[in-house]
Design a protein around this ligand. Structure first.
Ligand code: PAF
Length: 285
């Protein structure tokens, strides 16, 4: 497995692979890898194999520009040795481990912002977050030059926004969506789960229970106002769960809807202590 710690090394590496006829798929991450990330690597691997062979690159970069001033940048879990061991076992071909000054050079003045999708939902709770995500993903695409990139459906708004950005800017990268991987009790895997206090960790699967229930209600054609009310009722059963938002939106555009005309996505943001958990479910009326 090739480890590239600078932009120059990474470019040289993928240039050589491409010159030898390989397709390249990228898995952008912030490290602290778990089975959810390994599912992204597996999807990227399947994609390059289906394309006739190629290489999978994972980037590990805790991106400071997507954290707000009062957010958990310093507390974000970091485990480079553990991550590299997991990626080696998963058969990843290359890892990009840039430094902050390598990605954000002094004097930089340009950023990427997906105006509508970046300011709604989580974008309202975390102003500037998606501008940081869109900017760093654009930079990673420009440095690695992948043909495809895998993103998890758990971060549904992020996935939707990246798709929009790639379409708007004619970025020649195919976006590969990957279903959410869950713990045995239904909690969606996330690097943040490690920061939950034991009582919060025990309570957190309530998100998945609320989503299961809501998905069934949508399938039965129940009014969305009632679905939202019942989600809140279920979440309230766990006293530690501080509900930040419960939204049901058009699954493709994330626009508000009064009643579903096609697939919808149910989006939850719930705080446990100082840890904000998000989860989602696509539902079909
Ligand atoms: O989903 C993440 O881990 C991050 O938002 C990403 C896409 C790697 C950008 O920093």
């Amino acid at each position: 497995m090739q480890i590239c710690r600078s932009t120059q090394d990474m470019r040289a590496c993928t240039r050589d692979w491409r010159a030898a006829g390989a397709r390249v798929a990228l898995v952008p991450t912030m490290g602290a890898l778990h089975d959810g990330h390994l599912a992204l690597v597996a999807r990227a691997r399947d994609w390059v194999e289906a394309e006739g062979g190629g290489r999978v690159v994972t980037s590990i970069f805790v991106n400071p520009t997507q954290f707000g001033p009062n957010e958990d940048l310093d507390k974000y879990p970091r485990d480079e040795a553990g991550d590299l061991a997991l990626l080696r076992r998963a058969g990843c071909d290359g890892v990009f481990l840039p430094t902050v000054p390598d990605i954000y050079r002094p004097g930089a003045q340009t950023h990427v912002e997906v105006a509508g999708l970046g300011r709604m939902l989580i974008g309202r709770l975390r102003p500037g977050h998606f501008r940081g995500v869109a900017t760093v993903v654009t930079k990673l695409f420009n440095i690695v030059g992948p043909d495809a990139a895998a993103f998890g459906e758990k971060d549904y708004q992020q996935l939707t926004l990246i798709r929009q950005m790639v379409a708007d800017l004619d970025v020649p990268v195919q976006i590969l969506p990957v279903p959410t991987v869950r713990e045995a009790d239904g909690l969606a895997m996330s690097s943040r789960n490690a920061r939950l206090a034991p009582a919060d960790r025990a309570a957190a699967p309530v998100l998945n229970r609320a989503l299961d229930h809501a998905q069934a209600m949508v399938a039965q054609g129940q009014p969305l106002s009632q679905v939202r009310r019942q989600i809140r009722d279920i979440l309230r059963l766990e006293s530690q769960a501080e509900v930040q938002s419960v939204d049901i939106r058009d699954a493709r555009t994330l626009t508000r809807i009064a009643a579903p005309s096609g697939s919808v996505v149910i989006l939850l943001a719930v705080r446990f202590g100082d840890v904000l958990l998000i989860d989602q479910r696509v539902a079909h009326p």
